[in-house]
Design a protein around this ligand. Structure first.
Ligand SMILES: NC(=O)c1ccc[n+]([C@@H]2O[C@H](COP(=O)([O-])OP(=O)(O)OC[C@H]3O[C@@H](n4cnc5c(N)ncnc54)[C@H](OP(=O)(O)O)[C@@H]3O)[C@@H](O)[C@H]2O)c1
Length: 289
């Protein structure tokens, strides 16, 4: 069995988590909408992740909506000590599965209560405010109003820690004037490296960076260089993509998503993969366009 402790640890707010975690988005139905084809399989994936030592799960009540959190609760409640569940608010789903901004005080408060109820907890470990100035990537815009709503809910004891998602460095600076920002969750992987400088800045500040789409998202990464490095190391391309992120910066926490037990095991085994310098150099060139 993989020793995922080999991935090391990093602080996430006042907790310290193993750098190899799990992203639960893939557990909802197709298009992250409705129930999964196989609910028992989804439960088995979550239980296997925690049994293997995963202590950081990423989710949102807008996955499904509600479905993913309800599956997490059914699989894992009462939650083991040390498990950190990170959720996000700022969007709501349309009846047509669309993703729509939801930043009013009433919508954010409702979202926090939906997460509390569906996860079955009295307080949320970490809540990311998922910014939607541009749904596809970070874009400038003021965050004071919605973040103040979350900070108030934090003061009421419903939220322990706050992070930002799809955020720019300027928004993190603005956020820090309102409350502590413990993590940033943006899109980043071997082939999508807009945040290179931002990651280094956050590392220097001791702030966790949690890349979403670490494997490329809905279309997993494909690259001849990646395949060649993987073949040379006797590993899979997805394991190499994760090992590259682990080596890229110590503040990177991984949340690869999968609905498959086989892929889960494969991804967790990346904790034991050490990339030699020449492999790092070849992989670094993939993101340079
Ligand atoms: N903040 C945000 O805006 C945001 C946006 C997107 C996602 N997220 C979070 O980030 C997490 C990770 O992102 P993600 O799940 O969308 O994308 P990902 O981790 O980059 O990739 C998931 C995709 O790769 C496949 N996959 C996983 N392991 C594999 C393997 N070993 N070999 C081949 N294919 C594999 C999955 O399919 P199978 O199910 O078949 O394995 C799925 O299609 C999510 O679960 C979610 O919690 C956040």
């Amino acid at each position: 069995m993989t020793d995922i402790a080999q991935a090391g640890t990093f602080p996430l707010g006042d907790r310290t988590v193993t750098r190899l975690g799990y992203g639960a988005m893939q557990l909802a139905g197709p298009g992250v909408f409705g129930p999964p084809k196989d609910r028992d399989a989804a439960i088995a994936v979550l239980r296997a992740a925690v049994a293997a030592g995963v202590d950081h799960i990423d989710t949102s009540d807008f996955y499904g909506p509600h479905v993913t959190n309800q599956i997490i609760r059914e699989a894992l409640h009462p939650y083991p000590d040390g498990l950190v569940i990170v959720t996000k608010v700022g969007a709501k789903r349309g009846a047509d599965a669309s993703w729509n901004p939801a930043f009013s005080a009433a919508e954010l408060t409702q979202a926090v209560h939906d997460n509390l109820r569906n996860l079955g907890v009295d307080a949320l470990d970490v809540v990311n405010l998922r910014l939607m100035f541009d749904v596809h990537g970070p874009a400038e815009g003021p965050i004071e109003a919605p973040l103040t709503v979350l900070a108030d809910l934090q003061r009421q004891g419903l939220i322990r820690r706050i992070g930002l998602s799809n955020a720019t460095p300027r928004q993190v600076a603005e956020g820090r004037r309102i409350t502590e920002i413990v993590c940033v969750q943006n899109q980043y992987n071997l082939a999508h490296r807009d945040d290179d400088a931002f990651i280094d800045e956050l590392a220097a500040a001791g702030t966790a960076y949690v890349p979403f789409f670490p494997l490329g998202g809905f279309s997993p990464l494909q690259s001849d260089s990646l395949s060649a490095v993987a073949a040379g190391l006797g590993a899979t391309p997805m394991q190499v993509a994760l090992a590259w992120l682990l080596r890229r910066s110590p503040n990177i926490l991984l949340i690869p998503g999968t609905s498959s037990l086989g892929h889960l095991r494969e991804n967790l085994a990346a904790a034991e993969l050490r990339l030699p310098d020449d492999a790092m150099a070849a992989l670094d060139r993939i993101g340079v366009v």
